[in-house]
Design a protein around this ligand. Structure first.
Ligand code: PGA
Length: 260
């Protein structure tokens, strides 16, 4: 069972998760953070900027992103490489040489997944992986049907995901059809998963991922197989959780020594 924490707002959730990450980084400056893109993790990055301003030094951490679009021109502002640089690398003062994003360039795309897996393995994996969840139930860009054993590879985005992400582009036609994404098997190797979800639009996918049957039809349900998962959500995203009263009770009675 994942630990489910309901906080009053995305800002509160972001500050909470950022405080945890910052404490880990202060204890172990070579921490490895798995970063996610999209709107959901932005409050965490805002919280991390506040932690950096308050004195936490992120210069020695390593970051690995979950996924990247295939075929966007290098430097495209909506490529996840550009998003991670803008939201994470620059404002937190990370060493750019330690920030890894899958290579979505068409030239050499056949080997992009294997190269990313090799980089992850050579580094020793991810300590804490931030995750959002798509309305399709994807984590990373693992759309329904993704194998729980899958590793980083090229996937085809669903039309629904392309529609959801069209807001970042001038039109849906500009949203790439393919991506390179860490597999569910890759994600499950991270030592701690922190899944965030905000808003009513995520309530159904969140409930299915956290409480529904474990199924490749709901890729987010893979988190139920992981020994250490923290789900941090706002009340709207939590609204369809069947056991939400229990989650609150568990939080109210959490042993003092227990972290997340
Ligand atoms: P979002 O996307 O944070 O932009 O809603 C989440 C996801 O697709 O994983």
């Amino acid at each position: 069972m994942a630990e489910v924490i309901v906080l009053e707002s995305p800002a509160a959730a972001g500050a909470f998760v950022a405080a945890h990450i910052a404490a880990e980084v202060r204890a172990r400056p070579e921490f490895t953070l798995g970063v996610a893109t999209g709107s959901t993790p932005l409050p965490v990055y805002e919280g991390l900027r506040a932690q950096a301003a308050a004195g936490t030094d992120f210069a020695r951490i390593t970051a690995f992103a979950l996924d990247e679009y295939v075929g966007l021109p290098a430097g495209h502002p909506e490529s996840y490489r550009a998003v991670v640089d803008r939201e994470v690398t620059v404002p937190l003062g990370l060493d750019p040489a330690r920030v890894n994003v899958p290579d979505g360039a068409l030239d050499g795309i056949e080997t992009a997944g294997d190269r990313y897996e090799a980089a992850l393995a050579a580094h020793g994996g991810v300590d804490l992986q931030l995750l959002g969840i798509g309305t399709t139930g994807h984590i990373g860009f693992n759309e329904p049907g993704s194998s729980f054993g899958s590793l980083t590879r090229v996937k085809t985005l669903t039309e629904r995901t392309r529609e959801d992400n069209a807001r970042f582009f001038d039109s849906i036609d500009q949203v790439p059809i393919h991506c390179v994404t860490q597999g569910l098997g890759t994600i499950l190797r991270a030592r701690h998963l922190v899944l965030l979800a905000f808003g009513e639009g995520k309530a159904e996918a969140l409930a299915a991922a956290v409480e529904g049957p474990v199924s490749a039809s709901m890729p987010g349900s893979a988190i139920q197989l992981h020994p250490r998962v923290t789900v941090v959500v706002d009340p709207a995203a939590a609204s369809r959780l069947r056991f939400r009263e229990y989650y609150r009770w568990a939080q109210d009675n959490k042993p003092e020594w227990q972290g997340i």
